[in-house]
Design a protein around this ligand. Sequence first.
Ligand SMILES: [Zn+2]
Length: 255
Amino acid sequence: MIIDSHVHLYMDDFAADLDEVIARAQAANVHKFIIPGVDKAAFEPMMNVVRRYPGLCFPCVGLHPTDVRHDWQNEIEFVESQLKKKGFVAVGETGLDLHHSKDFITEQCLAFETQMHLSVQYDLPLIIHVREAFDLLFDVLDKVKGLPLRGVFHAFSGTTEIFNCIRQYGHFKIGVGGVVTFKNAELANVVKNSELSDIILETDAPWLAPVPFRGRRNESSYLSHIATKVAELKGCTKEEVEEAATYNTIRLFSI
Ligand SMILES: [Zn+2]
């Protein structure tokens, strides 16, 4: 069994053919789906998908950095109100993103820091999204140094050196998706330099489809293309990659 550790199944991109998307994933041996939360507006659509496929989809709750605005504290209150109800497998996605906008840098840092505290308080892993913000990441991590953090750096876009610094702050995995199949991807070097125990697999669908589907809508059935590429980089079999990634994902998210 393979697990898609990061897939936005509630997006409109899947509205027309979600049953087929799930069926194709199952035919490709993908039997569990972790669905990250991004903000209050996406919460009900996400829960509708979770209810529609009981036992297959595992929801998370969080405030995505690109959804941080002036009202971030209201959003965080919502996240906490949901965490109290239980049933979520992670806090996230959270993190820092200076690629889309630099308008709310201070708020992004505060929202991220708060969600790291929530992950410890509710004993859940973090799903962390960092884009063009690794310097800032370490400023925020320094503020929470000593907290027993765990989680995944999803769609990891840093270097091996950065990941080695990150792991000094907690038990973190690398979320490996379609980017690893792209030409000259730094992620391929990171995977080469990592142990299979550091890796979990994800699509981040509908985005970041692997080669040969690059540029098209991504979906969970394409995970095997990612596993094949990781196996090639690690010099092992695809089955070994899938087995390790599944084990790591089950342990991280307690599913
Ligand atoms: Zn995502």
